[in-house]
Design a protein around this ligand. Structure first.
Ligand code: FSA
Length: 419
């Protein structure tokens, strides 16, 4: 959300030399959830703003020269073989049709095994017995880290200022003599940056930096990588992203034959006593621990079991393959899964852009446009309403099947590096 905001400030005519981007790691930040091989692109209708936001994003992924190279429009197949899962997918299909924006042309219900095999020749008849699902032809995957990197290159070429490492890690916001007007930030190396507006777009780290009054709970999701031989990879080339809410999802192999497999589950929290800026005392906050700063961390043993189950279902021919990478990436959920994009109610000119709720990467091309609108006081009213400061509700569960389990109760993931 931060890089997208910087991009849209430039596209709106602000002078690049007046924009400063700060981050712990150089852009594309290796601890951002978006620092990934791929993320899903699909139209989701969970909350009111979702339709407009995902349609705008789709248009930019398809046509904007900066983003176009990173959209792999191979389709997304949302499938299930359980009675309840299939019924939910039928409802979802109907909701897409009811949105009345021409999605009857791009969403195809696959009822029979033969139809599924035609879309996914890598599957076997035996494997897809009883499966049904929705093929979204306008979906696919996004080369995530590469897309953020392209924004980074653009920002650099325009002369945007950067601060990384100690010069990009927030110590605290700076305030005017009134104590409530934010005039910049100080970073941990002691640098002071002054600005008319400060946008805090720190993803899953946001609730650790300023007190969000429990509006966001940061959670980790897991992924595994398999390496395929060129022959193996060839049979999965250009296939749609396959997603089954009861198992997980996977993507076609990357150019070097890496397949990413994820399981779908309510995420893992990591609660600790911690005092974010603005809190009067330390409180229980879910604090991310990134793979970038702890490269030997993996994921819990229970995830290994679930990922193996997902591999057996989706890629039975590869079920004995060695997993070459295991990692967690961090998102932050709000209670209602709407974003949290608003001015801080106590601190004028400090703008929060957070609350991704696990579904915001696809908005990389356009989300910054709305942050700029907020800065300029022109954000559309329904977004102001949905993204407002709104304590209360249960962000630990959010709109997922269950509350997140805590990593403290799980074994197998934590591997401190031996020096
Ligand atoms: O936009 C999408 O449907 C993809 S979300 C991918 C995902 O792994 C979630 O399925 C998961 O529950 C979590 O929110 C992280 O992102």
């Amino acid at each position: 959300m931060g890089s997208s905001t910087a991009l849209h400030l430039i596209r709106s005519g602000y002078s690049p030399s007046n924009i400063t981007v700060l981050d712990v790691y150089p852009i594309p930040s290796s601890q951002s959830a978006g620092f990934d091989l791929n993320k899903i692109m699909s139209i989701r209708l969970r909350n009111k703003p979702d339709l407009q936001l995902s349609m705008e994003a789709l248009e930019m992924w398809k046509n904007d020269p900066l983003f176009k190279p990173f959209f792999h429009n191979v389709g997304m197949f949302d499938c299930s073989s359980s009675e309840e899962g299939i019924a939910n997918l039928r409802k979802k299909h109907q909701a897409l049709l009811d949105a009345n924006v021409g999605m009857d042309k791009t969403n195809v219900w696959l009822e029979s095994e033969a139809e599924i095999l035609a879309a996914l020749p890598c599957f076997t008849k035996e494997q897809v017995k009883g499966w049904k699902g929705l093929l979204a032809l306008d979906g696919g995957w996004l080369a995530a880290a590469k897309a953020i990197n392209a924004i980074g290159d653009f920002l650099k070429s325009k002369g945007v200022q950067f601060g990384f490492s100690g010069a990009g890690t927030l110590k605290e916001p700076l305030f005017a003599a009134d104590g409530s007007t934010c005039i910049g930030v100080e970073t941990v190396d002691g640098t002071k940056y002054y600005a008319d507006k400060v946008v805090l777009a720190a993803g899953a780290w946001t609730p650790t930096l300023v007190d969000l009054e429990d509006q966001c709970v940061s959670k980790a999701w897991v992924f595994a990588h398999l390496h395929l031989t060129p022959d193996e990879a060839a049979s999965y080339k250009d296939i749609p992203v396959v997603y089954d809410g009861e198992y997980g999802f996977f993507f076609e192999p990357s150019e070097d034959g890496t397949i990413k497999v994820c399981d779908e589950f309510p995420g893992f929290s990591r609660f600790k006593q911690h005092q974010p800026y603005g809190a009067s005392h330390s409180k229980s906050i879910s604090v991310p621990r990134s793979h970038a700063s702890h490269p030997t961390d993996t994921y819990p043993d229970e995830s290994e079991e679930r990922i193996r189950k997902a591999i057996a279902r989706f890629l039975p021919g590869l079920k004995d393959k060695r997993i070459v990478d295991r990692a967690m990436c961090w998102c932050t959920d709000t209670a209602d899964a709407n974003l949290l994009i608003c001015e801080h109610p106590r601190w004028k000119n400090l703008i929060l852009a957070s609350g991704d709720s696990g579904h915001t990467f696809k908005l990389l091309p356009n989300i910054g446009k709305h942050v700029v609108a907020l800065i300029e006081g022109t954000l559309q009213q329904d977004f102001v309403e949905s993204w407002r400061w709104r304590p209360g509700g249960d962000a630990l569960k959010s709109r997922r099947a269950a509350p997140a389990k805590d990593l403290a109760d799980l074994s197998g993931w934590k591997h401190d590096m031996r020096l």
